[in-house]
Design a protein around this ligand. Sequence first.
Ligand SMILES: [Zn+2]
Length: 687
Amino acid sequence: MFHGQHPLQCLERSLWTHVRRNVTTWSPVGAAFNAKPHRRLNLIEKNVGLFGVPELSCPAGFQAATETALKNTERLVGKACSCSPGVETVESFDQLSDGLCKVADLADFVKVAHPDPAFREAAEKTCIEIGTVVEKLNTNVKLCKSLKILLDNPDIVAKLDPNTRKVAELFMFDFEISGIHLDDKLRKEAVALHVKLLDLNNEFLVGAHLPNRIARSAIPEHLHLHFADEGSFIQVGGLHADSPDDLVREIAYRIYLYPNADLVDCLEELLKCRYKLAKLVGYDSYGHRALKGTMAKTPAKDFKMMRNMKKKLNPRNSVSDFFCSQHILYIMEIFLYNIEPSLYSPYLSLGACMEGLNNLFSQLYGVSLMSEHPSAGEVWSEDVRKLVDLTKSAVVHETEGLLGYIYCDFYHRQHKPQQDCHFTIRGGRWCQETGQYQLPVVVLMLSLPHPTKSAPTLLTPGMMENLFHEMGHAMHSMLGRTRYQHVTGTRCATDFAEVPSILMEYFATDYRVLSQFARHYETGQPLPESMVARLCESKKVCGAADIQLQIFYAVLDQIYHSKPQSRSTTEILKEMQQKFYGLPYTPNTAWQLRFSHLIGYGAKYYSYLMSRAVASMVWKQCFVQDPLNRDMGERYRQEMLAHGGAKEPMLMVEGMLQRRPTMEDFVDALVSELNPNFETFIMDSES
Ligand SMILES: [Zn+2]
């Protein structure tokens, strides 16, 4: 229950990157991540089951775990319906939700990440089974009534603490968007639409990631090796944006984005269903529905922010229209700034980066990362040689003790999703039953190269920045101490969720932070400051173009999720691209079909910009003077990270900044950090 909480797939960020530094011996964390994977010695160790859940030592265990969860659900529904209205009601709801989420969230992860298809299938089945039960609970009139009695009684509500009240309201919101208030006929219609949407979402997500193919003969022979081979065809499964060959990038762009008619139909049907459902449950559009409870609140406000930003960006930045294209950006990065990732990588071993994170967290929050060796069967990927390539990090506070666990699934493997991702496996919550805090458990998934015989895993500046970003999500989960798991860590308003992770990107590109860890894995030499400066400069210039791109994506997302349009999704794309991005549309491409965030974030893609604005304000006001300041770290933890989704995001921002920002402040925060003074920079770099 009751939220279809999805893994936090990070919104597309800039395609380029960024930076790092000192000494020669690694702390235990650094050493653990730079060590060569070692052979498991004890082959008769007891299998503890995935994530230590005993049932999950084999695929069939998912069925058992599901059955147990569903049995408990029945009992807890009874409890939630019968207890006298008050805190206990909300606690029962949260307990009910926890029991289902624990299994469903874990299965959600396993179904995409486990290398064994039998596990993936079993997990998928569990997801469907629990998903169906959740749909039913969200339209369970009796259950809803017990919450309504509570919320309709002002005396009882007045006695609730603010967090409990907020969680009660959030549970009520889940009922409302499921159409619980409708009569029987309409409610059935709403349920049917939900089910149809689940199918359409799946179909779209699968299609969005499928490669396109083209006859081998259509492509110059010397380029074949850049693409996957499929008999007389070659497969194009991505944009190849990093390829140094212009032609490879162009072919990839045109083939990968070539429209698939079925997928166009699927997307258009999906948007229609979303609109119908939103109208049915009482909203003006899907956008209105999606934005409830966020910082933006309604689409109108959100749109205004983007229009203002567009206005402010353009006059200062007339040059941006021509250098906005991915192609020119690529050239700029490599040739103008000489940001050749391989020059940076030796300074950015995975161990160095993890040590950097550990140092940063211990200075800011008094928290350390302790590597633990996972038990047999606890993790999902050990290759045939029985090498453990997953690391488990316990997060330990200097006085509070153990805060939670981060499983680091960092290395590339076959069939693993390519997207960097943070998964909540178990939410934090105060556990009445045991009198203890249920510790949060998360997985960070990256796709880094494996270490080799001669070198540890070396990160490009972009990978390093992504690692910091994802760790920002993980620490949001770890440092949250919410009473209810329904609002644990990253289960907060979508437009707030990226604040902690984007803030980490500022740390990742600050010389004072980088100089603490970026050092050559062989020589121990620190990364030269001039290289760091160049990287930061390139980030700034490219940042302007990136924001313009994000505005275009966000506007497109809003229009797709507003009232039904008489034009096709491609026509809308074409028009908005011209208007908000300034570059003409390339005929016979349909980028919207590859934009899976349209589905995942439906009408909330603007969240990236909103979060980035907040992160920028927090960085400039609180950390830019001294990025390692413990007092600020504590304030940040207490005001922003501790509350998960239990507090209004604007109140958290206000607590941190000690003033309430206006919409103007948001716009200015984004515009001001960009430095589109391109000509000055060219002159600087020539001198
Ligand atoms: Zn993110």
